[in-house]
Design a protein around this ligand. Structure first.
Ligand SMILES: C[S@@+](CC[C@H](N)C(=O)[O-])C[C@H]1O[C@@H](n2cnc3c(N)ncnc32)[C@H](O)[C@@H]1O
Length: 261
């Protein structure tokens, strides 16, 4: 899944947080991708609401992403001892912090300045500030040379839509990946689209829950991000909430392609 789709139902609470007046936060490059017709309304468009969340309330997004932990099998599956790793749409680093152990050098590409700030802060706090280069960029215009990395990966960020990857973005990820290297889309939302482009699917089984920091946080974040499930979250009275209660598919899938040598 990616954050360009409503996680549960119509996502009304998230959309209500922003108005079209907030679109002014986009840079020219961002507006070109996210409001290509020059106008949009986050109150009716979930894609825009998520993009505004990243820019206006990045800490709120980070709290959600920290609770929605990836299946450990996903990270274990990724190749080890990679020379260079490129991650696109790194956000506040849910995956980035795991990549540090798997590569000599990691480049984290993330277009949103407030997200990059949080990511840099986290990496520095973990003592990884010098292992990861955090840069601005978009799927369809990666600021990296061809054949740069042995692993090129995106987590909960790539979609077939042009603003969030699309054909041009996938071609860019493959350009940056060296022959014999691996391109990986974690938590993909369009498996058929990726399969048609040579990507294979892997899924890791087992029960999965969203691990909120406290019961109060579970209620607060459910009301914003999973409003249909908020009543049930309250009723259960616990900080750990199974993904199925929230009505979203858990982050247990990946799609990958090994590039020809
Ligand atoms: C749902 S967040 C995922 C962030 C992080 N990978 C994670 O797992 O928490 C989606 C991320 O993709 C980024 N993004 C959106 N459009 C993008 C684009 N065209 N190119 C690169 N990144 C993009 C957003 O800024 C955001 O950080």
């Amino acid at each position: 899944m990616t954050r360009t789709e409503a996680p549960a139902g119509p996502g009304r609470e998230l959309r209500r947080r922003y108005t079209s007046a907030d679109l002014g936060v986009f840079t020219r490059d961002e507006a070109h991708r996210f409001v290509p017709r020059g106008a949009g309304d986050p109150q009716t468009d979930m894609v825009l609401a998520w993009e505004l969340l990243y820019r206006l309330e990045p800490e709120l997004y980070d709290r959600l992403a920290s609770a929605e932990r990836l299946h450990p099998g996903l990270v274990s599956w990724l190749p080890r001892d990679v020379d260079r790793i490129a991650e696109v749409g790194a956000g506040t680093g849910r995956l980035t912090v795991e990549l540090v152990e798997r590569g000599q050098h990691v480049v984290a590409v993330e277009p949103v300045l407030p997200m990059r700030r949080i990511l840099r802060r986290k990496l520095a706090a973990a003592g990884h500030g010098d292992r990861v280069r955090v840069v601005s960029g978009f799927f369809d215009q990666l600021p990296l040379p061809g054949d740069f990395a042995g692993l090129v990966v995106a987590c909960s960020a790539f979609t077939p839509s042009p603003g969030h990857g699309g054909e041009a973005g996938l071609a860019e990820m493959e350009r940056v990946c060296r022959p014999g290297g691996c391109v990986v889309i974690i938590w993909p939302n369009h498996l058929d689209w990726l399969a048609a482009r040579g990507y294979r699917h892997v899924s890791f089984p087992g029960p999965m829950s969203v691990e909120f920091g406290s019961y109060d946080e579970a209620v607060e974040l459910a009301e914003i991000f999973y409003p249909k499930a908020a009543g049930e979250v309250r009723r259960r009275g616990r900080p750990s909430v199974p993904f199925e209660v929230l009505g979203i598919n858990p982050p247990r899938d990946l799609a990958f392609k090994v590039l020809a040598q």
